[in-house]
Design a protein around this ligand. Structure first.
Ligand code: NAI
Length: 210
């Protein structure tokens, strides 16, 4: 089944729903009313209903959502039923932190390859992953790796993205402050914590010094 014209914001919220459902499931909850589910997520229940409505009918009036069933359905929609192997490029401060972050596993992601251009890092083992020379990026094609994380300086990001695309990568999570131009078949999601931080003062009640 193909889903069309679904807002990115909706897709962005589905993993939040998934994470909360997994927690509820671990707590042994069978059902959850839509209001309670919304409260636990800090969103309104109409938003959740609207988001889910793009994919079909979910939940039963008076009963709410069946936790395990909705969990399975969201995993299926997001294509998170299988383990996804991920390559990391750039094993510096950020890359090293990402390599040791255990939170990717909850969605089935595993960083199984790491690359860097620094000869002092190539060959070292970080979190059971051997750092490889970036000249080996082309080998990703034969290793069943479709997703990559870019954590190199901005000046190197475009070149790395090109190499990843050539190596058959179809999804890139980009941390470098650089706009990547890739073919349509490749999805790039860029993350910049500074951009999120820059929104905080607007919402807070701080008084700015004049
Ligand atoms: P870092 O300097 O500690 O690490 C960069 C790593 O990339 C080094 O290991 C270096 O050897 C490697 N590298 C450089 N050129 C390369 C190339 N052509 N191929 C492969 N590896 C290469 O820097 P840090 O602090 O880890 O930051 C990495 C990137 O992430 C930067 O672009 C930085 O601006 C960005 N960043 C983004 C954040 C965000 O919220 N999006 C937060 C922190 C950093």
């Amino acid at each position: 089944m193909k889903y069309h014209r679904i807002p990115d914001e909706t897709i962005g919220r589905l993993p939040l729903y998934l994470r909360e459902l997994r927690l509820l499931s671990q707590q042994g909850r069978q059902n959850i009313k839509s209001g309670e589910f919304a409260d636990s997520l800090g969103v309104n229940s109409a938003q959740i209903r609207k988001d889910l409505s793009y994919f079909g009918a979910f939940g039963t009036p008076g009963v709410g959502y069946k936790v395990k069933k909705l969990l399975r359905q969201l995993c299926s929609i997001l294509k998170l039923k299988n383990i996804h192997k991920v390559a990391l490029v750039g094993v510096g401060n950020l890359g090293s932190a990402l390599l040791s972050y255990s939170g990717f596993a909850q969605f089935g992601f595993e960083i199984v390859a790491a690359f860097d251009s620094d000869p002092n890092k190539i060959g070292s083992i970080r979190n059971n992953v051997t750092v490889e020379d970036t000249s080996k990026l082309s080998t990703l094609k034969n290793r069943g790796i479709k997703f990559a994380i870019i954590a190199v300086p901005a000046s190197a990001a475009k070149e790395i993205a090109d190499q990843l695309v050539k190596a058959g990568i179809t999804g890139i999570l980009n941390f470098a402050p650089s706009c990547l131009v890739v073919p349509k078949k490749v999805k790039v999601i860029s993350i910049d914590i500074a951009i999120d931080l820059a929104r905080l003062p607007y919402y807070s009640r701080v008084t700015l010094n004049k």
